[in-house]
Write a protein that binds this ligand. Sequence first.
Ligand code: PSU
Ligand code: MN
Length: 310
Amino acid sequence: MNPYVDISKEVAYALAENLPVVALESTIISHGMPYPHNLQTAEEVAAIIREHGAVPATTAIMDGKIKVGLTKEELTRLASEKEVIKASRKDIAYLAALGKTGATTVAGTMFCAGLAGIPVFVTGGIGGVHRGAESTMDISADLEELAQTNVAVICAGAKSILDLGLTLEYLETKGVPVLSYQTDQLPAFFTRSSTFPSNYQVNHPEEIAAVIDTKWSLGLDGGLVIANPIPEHSALEESYMNQMIDEALQEAGKQNITQKDVTPFLLDFIHKATQGKSLQANIALIKSNAALGAEIAAAYQKQRQTVQSI
Ligand code: PSU
Ligand code: MN
């Protein structure tokens, strides 16, 4: 195996036995939520994945090692230490070469999950094309990773800090399917719907597993976006959230926030501006994604075994 990669015993066993495994990102822990909510949520998400019959595999770069499956101590470090670096694709070689510690974004996690052979990954929201990208060129590396790495990403759609329309156009150009779970729209993270239609509505984990398996069996490399709307009772009011997001964007502009700092700045601003309401929504949706992701991982393994036995 790759000398830079360290897969935990539990995850390695599950992969060897073709048991369902769900990859989890760690930027949501280090840069997406405040301490101690981040650590508590990470542990609860892992527990939900286990309850639904899969093994959780959080990825990060710890002292230069690409880790797949973290210990409680490692999770605690990522959740509480300030100097953890947000690790997207471009950061990984530097961190691995110089023995640094970084928390993986959606792009970084897809890369690590791909190395380890984990096909299913659960997160909150993906990065995308930012509003105003026609002048800033701010387009998340998550989209390029989706274009090339064979990992299915379960998320709650994309936040409207992004331009959802342009994000969908970009994914379409790159050949990335966007499947929405039990709805025909792209959910907008805090809300169950947006004005943007999804590519397809899918209603069962088995259906989703079949699409994933067929895509890769046909040699159609790259990821898929599986968008699961936030649970009804946790959804936030759209006009209120849009106002908070507008304020966040204005402040980011004023402070001239750029590059990898943009998304964490906006998330933190929105968290404070909504007095924690956005955090509660974020926690609820990632838990719901964890349950669905574990079911998809199990359905995918079943599908693989059926295909192989024919
Ligand atoms: N969106 C969220 N919460 C997050 C992120 C995005 O609602 O924590 C994180 C994810 O790790 C995602 C990253 O991959 O931000 C995108 O950052 P950027 O826009 O800099 O690519
Ligand atoms: Mn960016």
